[in-house]
Design a protein around this ligand. Structure first.
Ligand SMILES: NC(=O)CCC(=O)C(=O)O
Length: 260
């Protein structure tokens, strides 16, 4: 599966501007790299996160779904749609929508671990389900930003046969090294591919650290970035996942009977 990750400078509280930018970046990614799957960062409609959610959160996710579905169909690509601020069920959610090449919504994932240091839990409701689905016959997992820190959560995805973990993020300085270390660790310990796609740029409160990176199941970098807006692409050879697991049989050798 050829994957392009869009590391983007998300405009604060301006969904229209962000949709325009994403249209251009997806067109550019398709023309330059011809990926099968494109992934976007966390909260790309409004950034992380404005205090007047009622003005800009996407009502039931309708605008986002119609926008991403059209792009997926137009370019015949899968889109793992990062995440957006959504108003639904009487609350706000940090929701990730994913689409197949026909533009069909295949999965919606509500961020489970809300980032309490930024009071995300006081504004948003949390989800309660794993983000797992299939694209082109490949088992995909999605975990949003802070979810990455929760090793048990990510391990559950590996145990459910996830082959590629996508991590859309709005991860700020001064924790760039933490972001990179956790992405790499999750790839090595779970022996799957990890695609971390972060934001860049600033809000009044935060400066996002970029360094979106695609890791193979050994934790080797297939594509990396700095702190500029850019598209990074890698071709993931999924047979590597089997080879790595045959060589070092972590899933054969683990002792869940003792992990209580
Ligand atoms: N958007 C987030 O969830 C931020 C997470 C973060 O900065 C951290 O875990 O550190």
């Amino acid at each position: 599966m050829k994957v392009s990750a869009i590391q983007m400078d998300v405009a604060f509280n301006d969904p229209d501007k962000n949709r325009d930018r994403i249209s251009k970046l997806i067109e550019e990614a398709v023309e330059s790299s011809k990926p099968g799957t494109i992934v976007l960062p966390e909260m790309w409609n409004v950034s992380f996160f404005p205090d007047n959610m009622s003005a800009t959160a996407d009502e039931e996710g309708h605008d986002t779904q119609s926008f991403l579905s059209k792009l997926a169909r137009k370019y015949q690509i899968n889109i793992v749609g990062g995440s957006v601020a959504v108003k639904k069920d009487g609350g706000y959610y940090n929701t990730s929508y994913s689409f197949d090449r026909e533009g069909t919504l295949v999965h919606a994932y509500d961020k489970v671990h809300l980032f309490s240091p930024a009071d995300e839990h006081t504004v948003f409701e949390s989800g309660n389900k794993l983000g797992i689905f299939e694209l082109d016959g490949v088992t995909i997992g999605v975990a949003t930003c802070y979810d990455l820190r929760f090793v048990e959560w990510i391990r559950m995805m590996a145990l459910k046969e996830v082959e590629i973990l996508f991590v859309p993020a709005a991860w700020p300085h001064p924790r760039s090294e933490v972001w990179q270390a956790l992405l790499k660790a999750r790839a090595i310990e779970n022996q799957f591919f990890v695609v971390g796609v972060n934001s860049v740029g600033k809000t009044d409160q935060l400066s996002f650290c970029g360094h979106s990176t695609i890791y193979d199941p050994l934790g080797q970098v297939l594509a990396g970035s700095g702190e500029d807006e850019l598209i990074l692409t890698a071709d993931l050879d999924l047979s590597q996942l089997r080879t790595v697991r045959d060589d070092i049989g972590v899933f054969r050798d683990r002792r869940p009977d003792l992990y209580k």
